[in-house]
Design a protein around this ligand. Structure first.
Ligand SMILES: Cc1ncc(COP(=O)(O)O)c(C=O)c1O
Length: 446
């Protein structure tokens, strides 16, 4: 089998003149928190990025198949985003919300126009964890209830409240944080009790939420929080109807429904702009980060004016939330998604790659499941299709081999058994075919 070659590009990197990867690694080991992890046996140092490609310090080019953990939505250093950011950087970098600034107000209007129903009031923060923390605060203050239903296998962030909602032991420190949070069975057709062949699986998984409300809470809840496709959990798609049934149970118990769109939003899923739309529901609160800023620290919580009013009970302040530079970037990102039809590109190329991955599944036994939508695709690896024993070491090996061939991928799932592909949404057809070829080659050698 011939080794796949990265599609040609006219993009070229500048000559890198900074410290070596070895030196940077030594600095990290000496001065940075050892809890932060690195991918790859030989850690990769990236020094430049343009659109869907990144370069290491030796000018080796890679197709970025994980986009800085599903964050670079419209392309690395996209020229429109860069020019808007540069202009704002030279004009006013920071003001805070105690003064008026046109960017934040105009951006709020533009972002709200992308949401359905009464979801029209925006709060800006700096990250997904902060957005989820604020959403949970609003839900509790609005409903007067405390209990929250989240999902097993979920990831919502690393601060105390979002760690509480997270449903994977790997991310939960052994400190008190989950009081009042209950985790329902993950609607995970490949591994859960109701599989792909069960047409009623959505309702059955939702029944577990109802059961939790009845048996584990005072019968009243503040909120249900879920990603629309579980990201860190390995791109797990919920069965049809799951959110519809669940939202009904939660609202009947006085709770509000929070959609965490940190990974699934902004057109990545192709058929819809927001992940929750693929399940035919409208949440009460939507949280966003990552792709909203294409790499700049921007997050948002969007809700109805009725729910938003609860924050007037006290002063709520976030120093950098709605910063003029970040909101200028957020606005530019929306302009690029629209102008360059990136949602449609995600749909078209996502469908093409998914078809290729299904072909690989029929060829390579190690592939247990292929799933996802648009440019958010997961491949779950198992040692045995019957026992579904997670193939963790093999997943690491595929990532190593893909890296050597010029493709960066992510991994997810509790055991690190699922390959995650979520590139910048500007990839082209040649990139899409390259991805499938690289994976085919990597699996063949296992
Ligand atoms: C779905 C989801 N929600 C929230 C977060 C937390 O975002 P941040 O790392 O910006 O705090 C993440 C991060 O990976 C995420 O994937």
């Amino acid at each position: 089998m011939k080794t796949p070659v990265l599609p040609p590009t006219h993009l070229t990197p500048k000559k890198y003149t900074g410290p070596s990867a070895r030196k940077v690694l030594a600095l990290r080991r000496q001065h940075m928190n050892p809890g932060i992890v690195l991918y790859y046996k030989k850690p990769l140092m990236l020094v430049e990025g343009k659109m869907q490609y990144v370069w290491d310090e030796c000018s080796k080019r890679y197709l970025d198949g994980i986009a800085g953990i599903v964050t670079v939505s419209v392309g690395h250093c996209h020229p429109h985003v860069v020019s808007v950011a540069n202009r704002q950087n030279e004009t006013l970098q920071h003001s805070t919300t105690i003064y008026l600034h046109p960017n934040v107000a105009q951006y709020a209007k533009k972002l709200a126009s992308k949401l359905p129903g009464e979801l029209k009031v925006c709060y800006f923060v700096n990250s997904g964890s902060e957005a989820n923390d604020l959403a949970l605060l609003m839900a509790r203050a609005y409903t007067g209830n405390y209990d929250v239903i989240a999902l097993r296998n979920a990831y919502h962030g690393g601060n105390t409240s979002s760690m509480a909602a997270t449903g994977q032991s790997s991310w939960k420190f052994n400190v008190p944080h989950s009081f009042g949070v209950h985790h329902a069975v993950a609607p995970y057709p490949y591994r859960g009790p109701y599989g792909y062949n069960d047409a009623d699986a959505g309702r059955k998984y939702a029944d577990d939420v109802k059961s939790l409300i009845d048996f584990a809470t005072p019968g009243k809840v503040a909120a249900f929080i879920a990603e629309s496709i579980q990201g860190v959990g390995g791109f797990v798609e919920f069965p049809k109807g799951y959110l519809k049934h669940t939202y009904k149970h939660v609202r009947a118990a006085g709770g509000v429904c929070i959609a965490d769109e940190v990974q699934t939003g902004f057109g990545r899923l192709g058929t819809h702009f927001w992940g929750f739309e693929t399940q035919g529901v409208i949440p009460d609160i939507v949280t966003m980060a990552k792709g909203i800023g294409n790499g700049c620290p921007l997050g948002a919580v969007v809700t109805t004016s009725k729910i938003a009013t609860v924050l007037t009970q006290r002063v709520h302040f976030n120093t950098f939330g709605g910063n003029p530079v970040c909101t200028a970037i957020g606005n530019a990102v929306l302009e690029v998604i629209e102008k360059e039809k990136l949602q449609e590109n995600s749909r078209k190329l996502g469908t093409r790659i998914r078809r290729g991955l299904e072909r690989l599944k029929s060829k390579h036994k190690i592939i247990g499941d292929v799933r996802g939508q648009g440019l958010m695709l997961g491949i779950e690896l198992v040692k045995d299709r019957k026992t579904k024993e997670p193939a963790r070491a093999e997943c690491i090996e595929v990532l190593e081999r893909a890296r050597n061939m010029g493709l960066l991928l992510g991994k997810g799932g509790l055991w690190g058994q699922t390959i995650r592909f979520a590139p910048p949404m500007c990839i082209n057809q040649a990139d899409a075919d390259f991805v499938v070829d690289v994976l085919d080659t990597a699996f063949a050698k296992l």
